[in-house]
Design a protein around this ligand. Sequence first.
Ligand code: BGC
Length: 720
Amino acid sequence: MIDLWTIIEDSFEPKKQHHKETIFTIGNGYLCTRGAFEEGYPDDHRATFIHGVFDAAPIVFTELANAPDWLPITVYLNSERFSLDTGTIESFQRTLDLRTGLLKREVRWRSPSGTTATLTFERFASLADEHLLYIRCRVTPEFAGTVEFRAGLNGNMHNEGLVHFQWQGQGKQDDVIYLHNRTRKSGIEIGTAMQITNVVGREVIREDWDVQNAPTRMVRVEAVPGQTVGIDKRVAVFTSREFYSADVVTVAVHRAREAASWESALEVSKQAWAEEWDRTDVIIEGDNEAQIAIRFNLFQMLIAAPRHDDRVNIGAKTLSGFGYRGHAFWDTEIFMLPLFIYTAPHIAKNLLNYRYRNLPGARRKAQANGFEGAQFPWESADTGDEVTPTWVPHFAEPTKLVRIWTGDIEIHISADIAHAAYQYWQATGDDDWFIELGAELILDTAKFWASRAEWNAEKDRYEYNDVIGPDEYHEHVDNNAYTNRMAQWNLQTALEVLEWLKKHAPKKAKALMKQLDLNQKRLETWGEVIEKIYLHIAPNGLIEQFEGYYQRKDIDLATLEPRTKSAQEIFGIEGCNETQILKQPDVLMLLYVLRNDYLGEIVQVNYDYYMPRIDHTYGSSLGPSIMAIMACEVGKPDDAYEHFIRAVRADLRDVRGNAGDGIHAASAGGTWQSVVFGFGGLRVTSDGWTAKPRLPKHWKRLSFKFFHHGKMQEVDIKGK
Ligand code: BGC
């Protein structure tokens, strides 16, 4: 029987180590740790990222700081160091149990001098107590002598060269070893405490080595052929983000000391996982690859999702890599949030609260640009200020710099956030939240849109010029359809919301009208922008992506094959800008996001036009999951499957060659939408929900659950 819950790696390929470190990331919504080996490997990208632990960095403003490493365990077989880059790997297997979050590696290894043993390493981050981390190491020697374990904490970590954590102290309390560090600029304290328990085997010697910033406990046991020996290591981590006044070291030491044994901790963590999967799992029968892969993508979402903190968001690479520095984009609201809105509304609320809490940053951005209301940053971190780098090294010629415009002019994110707040409200019926927080997000972004609109008297219309839409192959365009229509939606919805508030929460309506200065004149302007915003829709329903799009060079993408590069790499940034090739589909995205407003024919005509112009394999990883849904919408579930499988494989198969930088979070979140809104055909409107299945031919069953107004719903579809 094939195990449909396990990711398996059967051989160790050093060239793929960064990719595999990403794949074997574990975590618990507080932190994630990449799948680097306990004993290390040359050029590994070992990293633990903790939500919200940002520190200043050149060019990118701020980045998640690579936290002190809790993994180190080096093993010595008769004084020879176990290491995969020496000796012989007789067998190797690594498995990630998605059901429980347990990562296991089993290696039979022969040292250069011929000493052989089977080593197993297991680790998990407790989902039941997010501050606790566990590793179990077992060694079955095929020799007599000793096995030595050196287990430590290592504060000498860096982000690709940049050191964020400074050493503050270390020591021992009773049997617990601790390390104390602090980020250089942001001043976040972190306490890491470790205890070694459950020593299996006859202990010969034990020593504590007080190496600065890398305290280590050594335990040497007797080796008898065939008799398994080992240690358990448990680690507690706390930062000053959780405990403003308490001493993080004291808390960490206490927790490490009091923590349950491996067995009990694993048991309660498994229970917590079972609860998560009960809500989140998607069952696909008739397609084992899709089944495992969708679970992998959901697992990656679940380990990155903050459960107890509403001051953080999920970065575009989750907490699994250095890519995008932990910054959050529209990826959260459009691609990841629907999963949480429908399966874990408490997590969706945390993510939306993060945006609410960061309204001051969005207001600062609007003001700095001469606008009103809330203009959310394209890239967001801890303060809610814009943190998109302005210049970055060119992808092909790193000595050249490229100007990044997204932070200046990719403005649609403000409407995406408003839309997400509205979705959450509609799906959950959480009026309290909406009245207290959500409504303000929609009203203040509307205020921004009205002030950003440009009146063109000659053409008698409002415009948004010089923007970037979701399709980033085209910069500095005028009247991008996605941006204009989403702005209109934001304004329209704001007016409706205000009416709703006046009726259902008059005090709040009054307070917000005063606070945001929503006077009659302003609301009239909103009405005018809604009415006169420019949208180019041909009589047959074809929407022009931006003004002048059809005049760009129309390239037949088939003529570029075979290729291994994106269209942007082939034509260059400016060259690609001059073509109609899309990094990801603006117009189809729009029809998807506002799917309750658009019906069949308009979808078909735009699908037919834009689909062949998308850089499917090498463009944005955000596209495929949405393309799958649109293919379903036009009655092509088998084409949809092509897109879907590309999306679920994005990281597992390293489709774009950059999975080593971290999980493509939007793609992962989008896969759930492909299945539920695409193949399952789920539609949720103010009247309730319907499901109109359109499964790929070979699927025998699709089943999923979701919450609607607080009640769990179940959809179970049989294939033909
Ligand atoms: C995409 C954006 C996305 C960002 C982060 C870019 O390559 O074009 O849409 O928000 O990556 O994932």
